[in-house]
Design a protein around this ligand. Structure first.
Ligand SMILES: *Cc1c(COP(=O)(O)O)cnc(C)c1O
Length: 548
């Protein structure tokens, strides 16, 4: 009712259509009621008077209108309040949701509403029907998969990106979108110690933001295939290089590689040869095993074309020794490193030399800014040593695009670097995250997970109840009970009942638990509590065993 109070004194104003900068009169002609014509500032005032929730936001009803600053400000504040309430409530919400598939969907109508809803109602539904169905990845006890850390600047940047509402088709369509992507991809490369050959400033290599690691690898494997054809037959036209018979081409990867790596090879038309990684500490590909597999394939008339090495496998964070494959890089083999999770660790001194090795050896490398890096989803970084390898495959244009005469450092035409033409302004989010935390803040966040994990590892080493099936070094700890798989499964159930979001897995065919640290809210105290909960479980078990 605050609404009518707000409107009555300004009745005259309500009939004066506001004039837009272009000079044209706005919505009056569209048949909207007078209320729609209230200037934004007045509307904002009207809404502001009545206090918090339960507003009649119906004023916004009707045909879509340009974004009105006062409306945005008002509704934005209310939305931020809802987000803040949600964020504050995360620790009290369970990690896993006790839901059956379909339970959530059934709370929504089967068709979209015909009439516009009050924004207050939308927010109420957001709080009642949406937030409760979201898995609490930011919960302090979230230790499943790998972290998906978000942050204040990452959250806010998404709104800024939407407010700009431009589409990066090419430099001209959003100059800052392209230029900031060039800037931040070099920032991230430097931060991680990925060598200058991969920086845009080299004008040869460079980096691009993709949706996911899987898509990065798909794009890269297509390039590997096309490059192999062109090398085998330099006479081929660009067009013909796509249509050659690739059925003899083979991509090699560890049996510990992410399934999306395998999928990428297959989709790109390459045969997949999985080579068994050796356990030796923590699953690593042995170069002689890879070479033997290649020899065997060559003898059978096949053509080794690509090798995907993993730095930080998803199950156990095992790493292939990239440097040990250097001699293969000198052949016609495309070597790619998937460091989706663990690449973040290169920012720390103790892992720096691994980034150095990657820089020396590989043709391309990917790393996810959405995992252990505070940048939020999606932020899949991909760097190549030679941008021409991408351009050979992906460049395409239409008469409706601006001519690009000057392909300078800051105008790389990212549409020619991968599949999409329209590109989100993700670079803005990366930029805001780096500005907000600085490289020192980012490093201390990354170091924190390593420190917490090291602490937990040292406890497990001293323990008579638990053991580590593999030696991990990043923020992941893998463990199992020394008393066998059954007890490990009981431990998993016990910790789940205590509210931990841990993902049970298999390591070397035995049950194991993955403790993936890196949620920003997980403190040392949380890790110590986890350990004491584990010990409590173990003590209870040994009492039982003694009685028996
Ligand atoms: C998480 C992960 C992936 C998959 O990442 P997406 O971005 O979801 O495709 C691939 N490889 C490794 C090593 C990962 O940890």
């Amino acid at each position: 009712m605050a609404l009518s109070i707000g409107l009555r004194p300004i009745g005259n104003l309500a009939f004066t259509p506001p004039v837009r900068p272009g000079g044209r009169r706005s919505a009056a002609a569209l048949g909207c009621g007078p209320a729609l014509l209230v200037p934004s500032a007045v509307l904002g005032l009207a809404l502001a008077r009545g206090g918090a929730r339960g507003y009649r936001y119906r004023l916004m009803a009707g045909p879509a209108k340009p974004v009105e600053p006062a409306v945005l400000r008002q509704l934005g504040q209310e939305t931020l309040e809802a987000i803040a309430r949600f964020t504050a409530s995360v620790p009290t919400r369970g990690v896993w949701k006790d839901l059956e598939p379909g339970e959530l969907a059934q709370q929504f109508e089967t068709s979209a509403p015909e009439e516009p809803r009050d924004y207050g109602q939308i927010l109420q539904k957001l709080e009642a029907q949406v937030f409760p169905g979201a898995l609490s990845w930011q919960h302090p006890k979230f230790m499943a998969y790998y972290p998906s850390s978000t942050s204040v600047p990452a959250i806010l940047a998404e709104t800024v990106i939407a407010s700009i509402g431009s589409v990066g088709l090419q430099w001209k369509s959003n100059p800052i979108g392209t230029e900031l992507e060039v800037v931040v991809m070099d920032w991230v490369a430097k931060f991680l110690g990925i060598g200058p050959a991969f920086h845009h400033s080299s004008q040869v290599g460079g980096g691009i933001i993709q949706n996911t690691a899987g898509e990065s690898m798909l794009n890269i494997m297509i390039c590997a295939r096309v490059r192999a054809h062109r090398r085998a037959n330099p006479e081929l036209s660009r067009e013909e290089a796509f249509y050659q018979d690739s059925s003899k081409m083979v991509a090699y990867l560890s049996d510990q590689a992410h399934f999306s790596a395998e999928k990428a090879c297959r989709l790109a038309g390459l045969r997949v040869r999985k080579v068994a990684a050796r356990l030796e500490g923590n699953y690593t590909l042995n170069p002689s095993d890879v070479k033997a597999a290649m020899e065997k394939d060559r003898a059978a008339g096949l053509q080794p074309t690509a090798l995907i090495l993993t730095y930080g496998s998803t199950n156990t964070s095992g790493c292939d020794d990239v440097k040990a494959f250097k001699d293969l890089a000198e052949d016609d083999l495309w070597i790619h490193v998937d460091a989706a999770y663990a690449g973040a660790a290169w920012s720390l001194d103790q892992f720096r030399q691994d980034a150095q090795a990657v820089s020396e050896v590989v043709t391309s490398v990917n790393m996810n800014g959405s995992k252990w890096f505070l940048c939020g989803f999606d932020s899949a970084f991909l760097w190549v040593r030679d941008r021409k390898l991408l351009l050979d495959v992906f460049s395409a244009s239409g008469v409706f695009m601006a001519d690009v005469e000057d392909m300078s450092i800051y105008n790389p035409e990212f549409k020619d670097w991968s599949v999409p033409l329209g590109r989100r302004f993700r670079a803005l989010r990366i930029w805001m995250v780096f500005e907000y935390f600085g490289t020192s803040g980012l490093k201390s966040y990354i170091r924190q997970a390593v420190d917490q994990a090291s602490w937990l590892r040292s406890k497990i080493e001293e323990s008579e109840h638990f053991e580590q099936p593999v030696q991990t070094v990043f923020g992941l700890v893998c463990l199992r009970s020394v008393h066998g798989d059954e007890v490990t499964r009981q431990l998993a159930a016990h910790l789940a009942a205590q509210g931990y979001g841990l993902a049970p897995t298999k390591i070397a065919d035995r049950d194991a638990l993955r403790v993936a640290l890196g949620a920003t809210s997980t403190t040392q105290a949380d890790v110590e509590k986890l350990w004491s909960d584990m010990c409590e479980f173990a003590e209870a078990g040994s009492n039982k065993r003694q009685k028996r």
